[in-house]
Design a protein around this ligand. Structure first.
Ligand SMILES: *Cc1c(COP(=O)(O)O)cnc(C)c1O
Length: 439
C-alpha cells in the first residue's frame, strides 16, 4: 500500500468525528455548485447573519434610532464579542478588545510593547519578525519604528529572518537587544505553524515581549494565549471567525500589562466616555484599546459569526473541528501531492500536523521540461469550475479547509477538478491569465 492510499483510508474514529460535526454545514449559506476553499481569506456567511442584520437595520436602526445604543445593547457589542471569543483563544474576556482592523490593532499592541520595553530596557531596539510575515505586519512595525525615531528616539530595527532562524536569534549574540518578537502563528503563504509556547518561552528568556498575529489561528483551532504566556496578540474577524468582509478585528493584552496606554487613546477606551472629561483615563483591561464608535452592523455580523462557531461547543468544539481539518488537509495532500509534483507544483505546507494550520499551499516551479504552470491561471480555471481558493503573488496557490462547512466529498471533488485542469491544461488561455484588482 502506498502512503497516499494509506491516508485515504479512514479510521472508525475519523468517520465518527465527521458524522458528529456534519450538521454544522447547514449553519452557513453557501452558493450551489461552489466548493469554498477560501474561508482563510473571507469566511462565508452564516445563515443567522442575514436574519440578524435585517432586523438590526429595519428595527434597531430604523425604528430605535439613537435609543438603540442602550435599548438594543449596541454599546455592549464589543464586550459581547469578547465574551464569545475569549474561550476560543484561551484568555479572559477582559484581555480582549474588539474593533478596528488587524493592522490598527497591531499598531496599538506594538506601541504598548515598545513603550513597556523602552521603560524597562532601552537598549532593546530590535523588533524580530519573519521575512515572509504578512506585509501589513511588517509595514506597521517599520512605520511605527520610523515614526518614533523621527521624533528623536533611538532607532528601532525591524529584523526579519527565516522561520528556522528565529530560535538562533533569540539565543544568539543579539538576544540582549531584542525588544519584541512579532510573529504570525500560521504563515499566510505556506500554512506553516510556529510553536507559540516554545517561542514565547524563548523570547521571555531572552528578555523580549511577544506579539502574536492570530489571523489564521482564531477560529481555526484552539489557541491557548494564557497557557502560552503570550504578552500581546491580534487577530482577524473575517477569516475563520466568519464575521463578514472587513469585520472588526481583535487585540489581546495579558492582564499583567493592564493600566498601560497604547498610542491610540480614543474616547471609547476611556474609563467613563460619557463623563466627557478633558483628559484621558483608560478603561480597565484591554477595553482601554477601544478607540472610536464601534461599527454596529459589522459588530453584529461578527457576533453572528462567533455564535455560529459556538454551536460547535456541544459537538467537541474547536478541538474536534481542528481534528476534522487535519483529516481534510491530509486527504487533500494525499489526493494531489504526487500528481501535482509532475506539473512542477510543489507542496510548501508541512505534512506534520502540529506544524501547520488549516491550509494547504503549492508553489509553481519549472517542471522536468523547464515549463512552469501559471498559478494565477490555474486558480482562475478552478474558480470557473466552482472551486474557490486563491493565488498569492508571485507563484503560490492556496486552499483553506475550514472544517465547519467542508466535508470529505468537497475535498475529493476539489482534488479531482484540480487534477483535471492540470491534465487538460484548461488553465492555459489569455482569459485565465487576466488579473483582477483583488487576487
Ligand atoms: C489577513 C491578515 C491581516 C489583515 O489585516 P487587515 O488590517 O484586516 O487588512 C493581517 N495580518 C495577517 C497575518 C493576515 O493574514
Amino acid at each position: 500500500m502506498t502512503d497516499a492510499a494509506h491516508s485515504l483510508t479512514l479510521t472508525d474514529d475519523a468517520h465518527a468525528l465527521l458524522a458528529q460535526l456534519a450538521s454544522l454545514k447547514t449553519l452557513f449559506q453557501l452558493p450551489d455548485g461552489v466548493i469554498y476553499l477560501d474561508g482563510n481569506s473571507l469566511g462565508p456567511m452564516p445563515r443567522c447573519t442575514a436574519t440578524r442584520l435585517a432586523h438590526v437595520i429595519s428595527h434597531d436602526w430604523a425604528q430605535g434610532l439613537i435609543r438603540s445604543w442602550n435599548d438594543a445593547g449596541w454599546i455592549d457589542l464589543p464586550r459581547r464579542c469578547a465574551a464569545a471569543l475569549a474561550p476560543m483563544v484561551g484568555c479572559e474576556p477582559q484581555e480582549l478588545a474588539i474593533g478596528d482592523s488587524t493592522s490598527l490593532n497591531l499598531f496599538k499592541v506594538l506601541s504598548l510593547a515598545l513603550s513597556i520595553q523602552h521603560q524597562r530596557a532601552p537598549e532593546r531596539r530590535i523588533i524580530l519578525s519573519e521575512s515572509d510575515n504578512f506585509p501589513t505586519d511588517l509595514y506597521i512595525a517599520e512605520g511605527l519604528g520610523a515614526f518614533l525615531s523621527q521624533l528623536g528616539g533611538p532607532a528601532w530595527e525591524v529584523r526579519t529572518v527565516l522561520h528556522d532562524e528565529l530560535m538562533a536569534q533569540l539565543t544568539g549574540p543579539d538576544a540582549a537587544h531584542i525588544g519584541v518578537l512579532m510573529l504570525t502563528e500560521v504563515n499566510y503563504r505556506t500554512g506553516r505553524r510556529h510553536d507559540m509556547q516554545a517561542l514565547t518561552q524563548a523570547a521571555h528568556q531572552a528578555g523580549a515581549l511577544t506579539v502574536w498575529d492570530l489571523a489564521h489561528s482564531a477560529g481555526a483551532f484552539p489557541v491557548q494565549l494564557s497557557a502560552a504566556q503570550a504578552d500581546f496578540a491580534v487577530g482577524c474577524g473575517y477569516k475563520y471567525l466568519n464575521g463578514g468582509p472587513g469585520a472588526p478585528a481583535f487585540a489581546f493584552v495579558a492582564q499583567r500589562f493592564f493600566g498601560q496606554a497604547s498610542a491610540l487613546t480614543g474616547w471609547l477606551g476611556h474609563a467613563a466616555p460619557f463623563a466627557f472629561e478633558q483628559h484621558w483615563q483608560g478603561a480597565s483591561g484591554a477595553a482601554s484599546l477601544q478607540v472610536g464608535t464601534p461599527p454596529v452592523l459589522s459588530m453584529e455580523a461578527l457576533l453572528c459569526g462567533l455564535q455560529t462557531l459556538q454551536q460547535a461547543d456541544a459537538l467537541g468544539g474547536l478541538a474536534a473541528l481542528r481534528r476534522k481539518a487535519e483529516l481534510l488537509t491530509d486527504r487533500f495532500i494525499a489526493r494531489t501531492e504526487a500528481e501535482l509534483t509532475r506539473y512542477g507544483l510543489v507542496l510548501v505546507t508541512p505534512k506534520t500536523l502540529a506544524q501547520r494550520g488549516n491550509q494547504v499551499s503549492y508553489v509553481a516551479r519549472p517542471d522536468a521540461q523547464g515549463n512552469t504552470v501559471d498559478g494565477y491561471a490555474v486558480m482562475q480555471a478552478l474558480i470557473q469550475r466552482g472551486v474557490i481558493g486563491d493565488f498569492r503573488a508571485p507563484d503560490l496557490i492556496r486552499f483553506g479547509f475550514a472544517p465547519s462547512y467542508l466535508d470529505l466529498a468537497d475535498v475529493d471533488q476539489a482534488a479531482d477538478i484540480l487534477l483535471d485542469i492540470l491534465a487538460t491544461r484548461s488553465w492555459d488561455s489569455e482569459a485565465m491569465r487576466t488579473r483582477a484588482a483583488v487576487t
